[in-house]
Design a protein around this ligand. Structure first.
Ligand code: GLA
Length: 613
């Protein structure tokens, strides 16, 4: 499609949308291949965030079969498998070569069990052995022709060998063949698909210039989404994820996109994958841990069963989170759990460290991460010292809260029960997940002082403020953020920008309505709309809707509400609207806000959005 034609088409779609001739379902014309979380059944891959072990942070490519097997034994002996750590991921470093026939060969020096009598290599004996222990196994590849290690770990002993084409072990051009090998033949359960092959092998790359590698793209320009070829990146991952699903007879494998938050992957990856990285690689420092966390934490509306933001592997057990830093180790686990992140430990567990094992196997912490409702916690407050995040758990009136001291000094934090939609005058019980204590809360306000880097993780049980009313921030897993053109917003967005957020505008400013902080509001940018799975369970939808910047009188806005594609409500031109609309029998509700100005990103607020039973 030419650029002009695609722009004209977009303008036409926008015009039709404004006249009401085009229900929002139609925006999804090119989403027919979406993994639609709204209609998914229970039996989906990664219905809860995956848990397991990955060697990367402990060993990089310096792995061998014995290390994997002793880790597998340790996962069982130290009770990790029992509490849910099931996936063992075979990382970068396993290949020997791609043969002239296109088959992948395993490095049998490090995986001796892969030798077979036929001369071919096979992971089946290794995978079967781990399966027999009740574990699941993940494999690693690259979406391009070459792997990360070939560029970033050039001195690794475990790099592919042979001619230039023999060293092209990535799955580009071999997606169907590799998917069949990994899943129909070897029966892996998980795949991590890295992206160095489409990022680091451009014509100017040192490896390409020195004649070692064939040039590719690059399709991803690190740190520069507007120069990256987002559409091609998404297309490659979509095709590979489809190939993996087609290659498996039973339950599809967990599909992870490891594109480090580049190419705006965190905005579109939920359509094609179960887990996507939101940032560059974590390192074992407090600063890096917080940085990675911050790339995933505001993306509450993108997560849900089968679809998880991933701030990367855990660094618990390493560097500033090792056995001498248990406060930091607990904080790190709490942060990942409160945002329903995958819990993939990555330290050498084959040497037992009971204090660390106690932390990673804390069942109450894991229950928060693995809650079946699949809500990612939403940020209630963030200041120069602290952060408070709340996650609605499946039982009504039950919340998990992380109160985080981000700084290297002590810090006092407060939380109002009203902000959790809990009635402050009824009985409230507060369970401290790390201290294992339960207390009653008397005055509706929780105030605590935390030591440097300390996080308190609580489960709070109370009575909902309203018996029949559910605020949308209590059910983020039921909400999808849909991009209207499925490519990118009209203007290239900075990396820290999030198209739709709870309690904040996409730019990160907290939302206030009439001077009062609205922690439940949803801030959303033009070019995106919200789709909410109501599943015929509610009678009414209510919200105070407005444009975020109301100072510009030349811009008018239109707010529309659709139920299963049918227009239920529309008002144009007014600055603020009190919306109260019947939604009886509605399966899928869509909230669409538009401005009269095209081409510019405007922000809209759905204030106090609530559905009533
Ligand atoms: C990239 C990924 C890491 C790891 C390495 C392996 O850097 O982001 O998680 O898989 O590649 O080389």
């Amino acid at each position: 499609m030419t650029r002009e034609f695609s722009c004209a088409l977009r303008a036409l779609i926008a015009a039709l949308a404004l006249t009401g001739a085009f229900p929002p379902g139609a925006f999804a014309a090119d989403t027919k291949n979406d993994i639609d979380r709204v209609t998914h059944g229970e039996d989906i891959p990664a219905a809860v965030p995956p848990m397991g072990w990955d060697p990367w942070n402990a060993f990089r490519t310096n792995v061998d079969e014995n290390k994997f097997l002793s880790v597998a034994g340790a996962m069982i002996d130290q009770g990790m498998a029992d509490v849910g750590y099931k996936y063992i991921i075979v990382e970068d470093g396993w290949w020997e070569e791609r043969t002239a026939e296109g088959d992948l060969r395993i490095n049998t020096n490090i995986f001796p069990s892969a030798r077979t009598n036929s001369g071919q290599t096979s992971f089946s004996p290794f995978v079967n052995r781990l399966h027999a222990l009740g574990l699941k196994v993940g494999i690693y590849t690259d979406i391009g022709r070459n792997a990360c290690s070939q560029f970033w770990d050039a001195n690794s002993p475990n790099l592919p060998v042979g001619s230039m084409s023999a060293r092209e072990v990535g799955s580009f051009g071999y997606q169907k063949e590799d998917a069949r090998l990994f899943f129909s033949k070897w029966h892996f359960d998980y795949i991590k698909v890295d992206a160095c092959g489409i990022a680091d092998y451009g014509p100017d790359s040192s490896g390409v210039k020195s004649g070692l590698f064939r040039p590719f793209g690059p399709l991803i320009i690190r740190g520069d989404p507007s120069s990256s070829n987002i559409k091609s990146v998404a297309q490659l991952y979509y095709e590979f994820s489809r190939a993996t699903r087609e290659a498996t007879a039973g339950k599809a494998p967990v599909f992870e996109i490891c594109a480090w938050g580049e190419a705006q992957v965190a905005d579109w990856a939920y359509r094609y994958s179960n887990v996507w990285r939101t940032s560059e690689d974590i390192t074992p420092s407090w600063k890096s841990m917080l940085h990675n966390f911050d790339t995933a934490a505001p993306r509450t509306l993108f997560a849900g069963p089968g679809h998880w933001n991933d701030p990367d592997l855990l660094e618990v057990g390493n560097g500033e989170f090792d056995g001498r830093h248990l406060t930091e180790a607990r904080a790190h686990m709490s942060l990942w759990a409160i945002i329903a992140a995958p819990l993939i430990i990555s330290y050498d567990i084959s040497t037992p460290q009971p204090a660390l094992a106690d932390i990673v196997t804390n069942r109450e912490m894991i229950t928060i991460d693995q809650d079946p409702a699949g809500n990612q916690g939403a940020i209630l407050s963030l200041d120069d010292c602290s952060e408070v995040i709340a996650k609605s758990l499946a039982p009504r009136g039950t919340k998990a809260v992380a109160m985080i001291n981000r700084e290297n000094r002590s810090c006092t934090l407060a939380l109002r029960m009203e902000d959790l939609h809990i009635n402050p005058s009824e009985e409230i019980r507060i369970r401290d997940v790390w201290k294992h204590t339960t207390n009653a809360l008397r005055n509706g306000k929780l105030e605590i002082t935390l030591a440097a880097h300390e996080t308190a993780l609580f489960t709070i049980q109370g009575t909902p403020l309203s018996e029949n009313g559910y605020f949308l921030d209590e059910m983020p897993a039921k909400i999808a953020v849909i991009s209207d053109d499925h490519e990118r917003p009209a203007q290239p967005a900075p990396t820290e920008w999030v198209p739709a957020r709870i309690g904040y505008l996409p730019t990160g400013q907290p939302i206030f309505i009439d001077g009062k902080r609205d922690v439940s509001a949803i801030g959303i940018a033009s070019g995106y709309h919200l789709r909410i799975a109501l599943n015929k369970r509610f009678r009414r939808f209510r919200s105070i809707a407005e444009m975020a910047d109301r100072s510009d009188s030349r811009t008018a806005s239109t707010f529309s509400v659709y139920g299963d594609g049918k227009l239920l409500y529309r008002r144009k031109g007014e600055k603020r609207l009190l919306i109260d609309v019947a939604v009886e029998g509605v399966q899928s509700l869509e909230l669409v806000a538009r401005s009269s100005k095209s081409g510019l990103i405007e922000n809209f607020v759905w204030g106090d959005p609530e559905v009533i039973r």
